[in-house]
Design a binder for this molecule. Structure first.
Ligand SMILES: [Zn+2]
Length: 345
């Protein structure tokens, strides 16, 4: 804990509500986590119960950081799913069967009496990477996260942009291969149906079942259901040809989507986060090759492709950055003359 902070330093609570874990942290104005707490998401117990646990986690994080609610300026949340964030409502979360219409912000406002704001988890991570991580100082940045699905966020002219119905987060459902594999959304050949976690595993299992030799079968003791992207990356690291091929193909399709995003947004930097990004050079090299081959009409060479810098902390730090943005907005709108209603915030 840093004692050198001035008394006036602001602190925010950032909460990351994922499918497996809920994590809350008190974050200072320089992006440092000062105290945190976790709870299991327990998807089967429903989303309302998960939100109640998230409130608990936030209270515990404040205590663990050595503060009381009075020391906190605002609460920010990142939630995986489609949201009507200004109303505080979840439209759909893949993690909770009963997510439709759940009021997320209400319980936080009631418990703490603080301003509370939320956005899709990837939008929040994008904000975090822009303020305190890989995108610091950039005016134009795109972030994607590759995990179970693919999500995205964009900073344009220094501001987070989420689209008219917060749809930028769903960039994983752009069509990459028209007749490609079916996607959970009902479409075919979506980016995440080609490059999400399950797609990578399926690609590996398909090649194994065709009789190709690989050390992966030994690594999982012939239980193919245990194959994971991390394991495939590990096998690639040991020179396993099948694993390298799986990541090559995945990187190729990732590269096509990334080239499209570079073409559309002409960003200075494209940040890649999420668990799959940890496959490192085996994925980054084919991505880079594809981007160089496909994004000609914009200076793709000036767009840096970098891994997320905040890693697992991006959710909590980004949610706190969202809270800070809200606190600043409220402060700016305080003089009675202006009734600011910037639709983006
Ligand atoms: Zn889809």
């Amino acid at each position: 804990m840093e004692e050198a902070l001035p008394k006036s330093a602001r602190r925010y609570v950032g909460v990351d509500i994922g499918g497996t874990n809920i994590r809350a942290g008190v974050v200072d104005s320089t992006g440092h986590i000062q105290g945190e707490a976790r709870r299991p998401s327990l998807a089967d117990a429903g989303m309302r119960a998960a939100i109640a646990r998230a409130v608990d986690a936030a209270a515990e994080a404040i205590e663990n950081a050595g503060y009381t609610v009075k020391d906190i300026s605002a609460v920010g949340l990142g939630v995986a799913g489609a949201l009507r964030s200004r109303e505080g409502i979840c439209i759909f979360s893949p993690n909770f069967a009963d997510s439709r219409g759940v009021q997320i912000l209400g319980p936080f406002r009631e418990a703490f009496g603080l301003p509370a704001v939320m956005l899709n988890d990837v939008a929040v991570q994008t904000l975090g990477e822009h303020r305190f991580g890989a995108g610091r100082g950039c005016s134009n940045m795109v972030m994607i996260t590759i995990g179970t699905g693919i999500g995205g966020g964009a900073i344009i002219d220094g501001e987070l942009r989420i689209g008219s119905t917060e749809g930028f987060a769903e960039v994983g459902h752009m069509t990459i291969l028209p007749d490609g594999p079916f996607c959970t959304c009902g479409n075919r050949g979506c980016w995440e149906a080609l490059c999400g976690r399950d797609a990578i595993v399926r690609r590996a299992i398909g090649k194994i079942q065709q009789g190709n030799k690989t050390i992966i079968t030994d690594m999982v003791d012939f239980r193919l259901a245990s194959v994971t992207p991390a394991l495939i990356a590990h096998a690639a690291e040991q020179g396993d040809e099948l694993a390298v091929e799986v990541l090559e193909e995945t990187g190729y399709y990732l590269g096509i989507g990334i080239a499209n995003l570079i073409q559309l947004y002409n960003p200075e930097i494209l940040v890649i986060g999420g668990g799959i990004a940890q496959a490192g050079r085996w994925l980054f090299e084919p991505i880079l090759r594809t981007v160089r081959a496909r994004a000609h009409m914009v200076p793709a060479a000036t767009c840096r492709l970098v891994p997320s810098q905040l890693g697992d902390d991006a959710g909590v730090i980004g949610a706190a950055a969202l809270a800070a943005r809200e606190a600043a907005r409220l402060e700016a709108s305080r003089p009675p003359t202006t009734a600011s209603a910037d639709p983006e915030r």
